[in-house]
Structures are given as C-alpha cells and as structure tokens.
Design a protein around this ligand. Structure first.
Ligand code: PLP
Length: 420
C-alpha cells in the first residue's frame, strides 16, 4: 500500500457505530467483564484496554497508522517528542551506561543528553554524523544506544547512515533516529537498517501547530537484535516489577511494549486522546503537505543562495550543500521544509528576524504558517558558546520553517527583510 493510502486507512477498523471518522475515546478507564478478565489483561494473557495512561483506542489508531507508515511492527505515542526521546533512552540505559549521540541535534535533545540524563548516571558521547569512525572509537560494553536525527534541527545535516549502521551492527547496538524533520514521507529509517524511529508529532504530523505529542516506532523483528544480547540483559531477564515477565519471550513488539508496561506505567507522559485524534487528522494529508513544504523550501534555498548578504545556506536539496549526496541516498521525494542560513552577525540576524512580516517569530517547525527563528537567542540560548559551536549553531544562523503559503510571497518577504 502507498503512503497516501496508509495515512487514510491504516489502523482503523470501523467500530460498531461504523463511524467514518476515528472516534475520540475520551475516557480514563475501561470496565472489565469480570475479575478473571481484569487479571488476564494485566497478565497479558489477553490484550485489551486497562487505563488511558497505558493505552487508549484513539491513540491505538495513531500508533498503528504510524507503524504502518514507517514499515514498523509497533509504536507507542507519548505526551511530547521529548518524552519519546527520553523514554527511548531510559528503555535501554541505566546509571553507569552510555549513549552515543550526533553532535548536532535539536537543542532540547542536547540538553537532555548532556545535562539531564547525566544526573541519572547516564553518560552521553558525541560524534560527527559524517565521520562514523569517530563513532566506533566511542563504543564500549556499556554503550546502549546510538541516537541521530535523519535531518538535524537546526543545522540541517543528513547522516552517513550506511557507515553508522555498519558500526552499530558490528557491535550489536540499537540505532534510534529522530525522524521528525524528514517525516516518514521523506525518510524510512528501517529501510536504512535503523531500529527505532522517533517523532515529535507536534511538528509536521499535526501540520498546523495544534498540539504537543511524540511517538516511538519499532522495526520488524527487533527482538532478534535484543534476544540474548548482553547489552540489553534487562529485556532477557525476569522483570521483577512485572511479576517476572521476560520481554524477549513475548511475541509482541518488545521495545514499545516495555515503554508501555514499565515507563508509561511508572513515569506517565501518555498522550491525551484528543491530541491523538488531532494527529490522526494531520496524518491524512501529511504526504500532500510534505510535497509542498519541500518544493517551496527548495525555491527559497535557491533564492537565499543567490543573495549577497547570505554567507551560507543549509539545505540538503541544494547541489552545493555538503549533505547533498547523503540526501540523494537517504531522503526521498523532497528534503522537507526546514532550512537555515547564515548572515554576518548576531545583530544582523536579529534585524532580519524582526523585519519579516509573513514569517512568524516562533520556536516551532512544521506548521502550515511559515516560521523564522534565531536559535542562538531562543532554542539554543541555554547552550554555552562551545556547545553552540559543537551543535553547528553560529550566532548569525537563522532557521526557517517553510509553511504552505505561496513561495512567491515568502521570497518577497525575505527579500525586503534582507534589503532593509
Ligand atoms: N525532535 C526534534 C527534531 C524537534 O525539532 C523537537 C522540537 O522542536 C523535538 C524533538 C521535541 O519535541 P516536542 O516539542 O514535541 O517535545
């Protein structure tokens, strides 16, 4: 089935009322038929609804639809993209372990990896996604995860997936990809050999900046990499918090199952059914929207590249860009709507941001409305000068999230701001 068909139909069997639209199951809990039914659900002898912190029928459609779109075996939705990233890390690593991350990542992921999980005793190490040899040097027997973004926000890099995946396979380590910017329309991480795909659904999935959410998708047969793998012994030994359940023995997608049964159970962070419903609405036209976002972004990247005040344009769809060959290989049908460009200084960047009229100054991406951001004074403000440089965020960098307005109007707006 093609993507545009999956986003309309996957994961929804019409309920007894035969509603065409997926219903919003706005409920906290579900009645059990009797005590045995309740016990069977808790013991996983029967699958079904228990409590909305763990599962919900509206959210279930979103999860199944996303899994279908990514070509995965299962998915779990969370209250935000950051929750999805944190749960992915927490599902594999504990105090004393380490994870290896791309050095250029979304600012929140950098503070999570560099500061917050450090307090939990988990170390983060960083590598250049175009130099997989750097990655191999960082691996030891406590390494639990490799984390990259398929198109990085805001530096707009595309990793050398072949090189990274080959090293991950050699050392039997899971690779998670934040696929938020590329979306499942432009990048399919599982076909590249990655194990987990993460999204902030707050972005292109809703498409109109309507709600905060996240999702983790797991590839088919992930159990083969986890079973008897000493790096993931907690999946292979009895979980005392779940009456001795051994996850690798369960015939279900086990990574997302453990997020559900252990992490959502204990940490919360579940999505609201209404937000899941909004994401289902957004998904229906995601392929159509991504085509337009990508086409307009390429036109604007070309305009900016030709402008004398612009030092550099970061967009992997430009033949001049260092990521172009990687994008040709791993990103298909367009390079999404995110681009960044560099002007001379912090002050020049602030002037341009303030002069645009159609672009809104907002710290979001993936909206139908075009957005302009100055990362050094907003999303990346909490990073030190050294962290900013390492993250590929010079102080004169401006990030654009190209919306669905006509690109002629967007170019005219940028032109007057640059000339002003
Ligand atoms: N990943 C990427 C690439 C992002 O751009 C963002 C937010 O901007 C996140 C994760 C975090 O998502 P959320 O804001 O839904 O927590």
């Amino acid at each position: 089935m093609k993507d545009q068909t999956k986003v309309i139909h996957s994961g929804y069997d019409k309920d007894t009322n035969a509603t065409m639209a997926v219903p919003i199951y706005q409920t906290t809990a579900y009645e059990f038929r009797d005590a045995k039914h309740a016990a069977d659900l808790f013991e996983l002898k029967e699958l079904g609804n228990i409590y909305t912190r763990l599962m919900n029928p509206t959210t279930d459609v979103l999860e199944k639809r996303f899994a279908a779109l990514e070509g995965g075996s299962g998915a779990i939705a969370t209250a935000s993209g950051m929750a999805a990233i944190f749960y992915t890390i927490a599902n594999v690593a504990q105090a004393g372990d380490n994870i290896i991350c791309a050095s250029k990542l979304y600012g929140g992921t950098l503070t999570l990896s560099g500061h917050t999980i450090k307090r939990f005793g988990i170390e983060s190490r960083y590598f250049d996604v175009h130099k997989p040899s750097e990655l191999e040097e960082l691996i030891d027997d406590k390494t639990k995860l490799i984390l990259v973004e398929s198109i990085t926000n805001p530096s707009i890099d595309v990793p050398d997936f072949d090189g990274i995946v080959a090293i991950a396979q050699k050392h039997n380590i899971l690779v998670a990809v934040d696929n938020t910017v590329a979306t499942p329309i432009h990048c399919k991480p599982f076909t590249l050999g990655c194990d987990l795909s993460i999204h902030s659904t707050s972005k292109y999935t809703t498409g109109q900046g309507l709600a905060i959410g996240g999702i983790i998708v797991e590839r088919e047969n992930l159990v083969e990499k986890i079973k008897d793998n000493p790096r993931y012994s907690h999946f292979n030994e009895p979980d005392e918090s779940y009456h001795g359940l051994v996850y690798s023995d369960v015939p279900l997608p086990i990574f997302t199952l453990r997020v559900r049964l252990a992490l959502l159970r204990d940490l919360g962070g579940a999505p609201s059914p209404f937000n899941s419903w909004l994401f289902i609405q957004g998904l229906e036209h995601l392929p159509l929207r991504m085509k337009q976002h990508s086409q307009s972004a390429l036109e604007i990247a070309n305009f900016l590249e030709a402008h004398p005040k612009v030092k550099k344009v970061n967009y992997p769809g430009l033949a001049s860009n260092v990521n172009y060959t990687y994008a040709q290989k791993y990103i298909h049908g367009g390079c999404s709507g995110l681009l960044s460009f560099e002007v001379d200084s912090f002050d020049e960047a602030v002037k341009i941001v303030d002069k645009t009229e159609l672009f809104s100054l907002v710290v979001n991406i993936g909206d139908s409305k075009s957005i302009i951001t100055h990362p050094a004074s907003t999303t990346h403000q909490q990073l030190s000068k050294e962290e900013l440089d390492a993250a590929g965020v010079p102080s004169g960098l401006i990030r654009l999230s190209i919306g669905l307005e006509d690109s002629i109007d967007l170019i005219a707006d940028l032109n007057q701001a640059l000339e002003g």
